[in-house]
Design a protein around this ligand. Structure first.
Ligand SMILES: *Cc1c(COP(=O)(O)O)cnc(C)c1O
Length: 419
């Protein structure tokens, strides 16, 4: 459920009519709803009501906007980060360092040092090599890094190949078959306290079965590790719960996920860590855009909007579907190709899509754009970086300025020797 609804024929974010934001801030612009973010955080927490000891760490990569992080911090969420840049954002939003988990296969030595200095709660080690390097760095600083070993459970999450992370040939984690031996090797090192294991098998999962399989394998590993004398106090179950992008699409509800987790983990006796991203932020945001013009096509007309693949990359990157609708629907429908202005055929949001009838100058939105939206933006075609707005009841604020192409050009230099 979200708080983007038609009122008197005009799409609102909470109590703010979207045309008001378009007038004030221009388009394209991402619009987030505070009430929706808070609702999703609450629903996820309540779904895990039967998990006694837990940390819910929002996957910052889904939406790293400072104001969004601040809202989620207010809901008691921690942060799962994959770079020092994300860690600094989480800290700036007031998230306590001990609620920060650092994931990712390519943590640099500088990032490890910065995270150790900040005193983050957990490093998810993704390889034996990384564990050894972290141990040496921490020991050199006279510190002990709290760590979990991320394992690759070799489970096909059944999602898009580019967001699947738990198959044997994916780059993430250590093979579960080798985890016992790698754990034993790393556990001996000074500088790290290896106290847990972690999985994350992919994103936009539309079925709980692969998750349950992965958690089952992880449970068996926990038992084996304990049998080998290791104290396992933390288990990180990652994120991955999908969200409905299409109208009427049925996905596992957080409550079903929570019930499955509680059932599978009931005897684990460990603190559980969760890293939800999309399920918190996805439906809490829309990308508001204006139709530049409608161009005749061989078959269907092209609705050319002022948002493009540089603002919302998911359709170009994954062939992803985003529901598209008019802000002030007139009742009629059309079948159209929805495209942006960028000089790439990939800059296509939809082909042959039935949508609200639209004309030049009309406003429209791409729904479910709150996760993996603005954060993936680029300035391709010298279009600058898209702005972001947060709505709270009947008020709104710009929470990320539009960075104009000129500001990006101002950071470039022509060396004197080019004359
Ligand atoms: C991306 C990612 C997440 C979040 O995934 P969602 O599908 O957005 O819930 C969680 N953990 C890790 C390690 C990730 O890379």
């Amino acid at each position: 459920m979200d708080h983007f609804t038609l009122k008197d024929g005009v799409l609102h974010a909470e109590d703010v009519p979207l045309p008001l934001i378009a007038e004030a801030v221009g388009t394209p612009v991402y619009v987030y709803s505070r009430a929706t973010l808070e609702r999703h955080a609450r629903v996820f927490r309540e779904a895990l009501g039967n998990v006694p000891d837990k940390l819910i760490a929002f996957a910052v990569k889904a939406n790293p906007n400072l104001a969004v992080l601040k809202v989620l911090q207010g809901q008691g969420l921690g942060a799962d980060v994959v770079s020092v840049g994300e860690m600094r954002r989480a800290l700036a939003a007031g998230i306590a360092p001990e609620k920060i988990v650092f994931s990712g296969v390519g943590k640099t030595a500088a990032e490890m040092r910065a995270a150790l200095e900040a005193g983050i709660g957990q490093f998810n080690i993704e390889s034996e090599e990384e564990g050894a390097e972290l141990a040496a760095i921490a020991a050199g600083m006279g510190l002990t890094a709290q760590c979990a070993l991320r394992v690759n459970p070799d489970v096909d999450a059944g999602t898009h190949d580019k967001i699947s992370t738990g198959k044997a040939d994916n780059k993430f984690g250590v093979p579960i078959s080798a985890a016992g031996q790698i754990f034993a090797t790393l556990a001996r090192l000074p500088g790290i306290h290896l106290r847990g294991v972690a999985v994350h098998i992919g994103s936009q999962l539309n079925d709980l079965a692969p998750l349950e399989t992965a958690f089952g394998k992880l449970g068996a590993l926990v038992t084996a590790l304990r049998g080998a004398g290791h104290a396992i106090t933390h288990v990180d179950l990652g994120g991955g719960l999908g969200v409905p992008y299409r109208r009427g699409e049925q996905l596992p509800q957080p409550a079903e996920y929570g019930a499955m987790v509680a059932r599978v983990t009931k005897d684990w006796g460990a603190r559980l860590i969760f890293e939800p991203g999309r399920v918190i932020a996805g439906n809490a945001g829309v990308l508001l855009t204006r139709v530049i013009r409608v161009k005749r096509g061989i078959r269907d007309p092209f609705v050319i909007v002022d948002a493009a693949m540089n603002d919302l990359a998911r359709p170009a990157l994954y062939g992803a579907y985003h529901h598209f609708e008019a802000v002030a629907p007139r009742g009629g429908k059309m079948v159209a190709n929805i495209v942006g202005p960028i000089c790439e055929t990939g800059d296509t949001f939809a082909m042959g899509r039935e949508c609200d009838a639209l004309d030049a100058g009309d406003l429209a939105v791409f729904r479910t754009a709150g996760a993996y939206g603005a954060t993936m933006a680029s300035s391709y075609n010298s279009r600058g970086f898209v702005a972001e707005v947060l709505v709270d009841g009947d008020r709104f604020a710009v929470v990320a300025d539009r960075i104009e192409a000129g500001a990006i050009m101002a950071a470039e230099r022509v060396p004197e020797w080019l004359g």
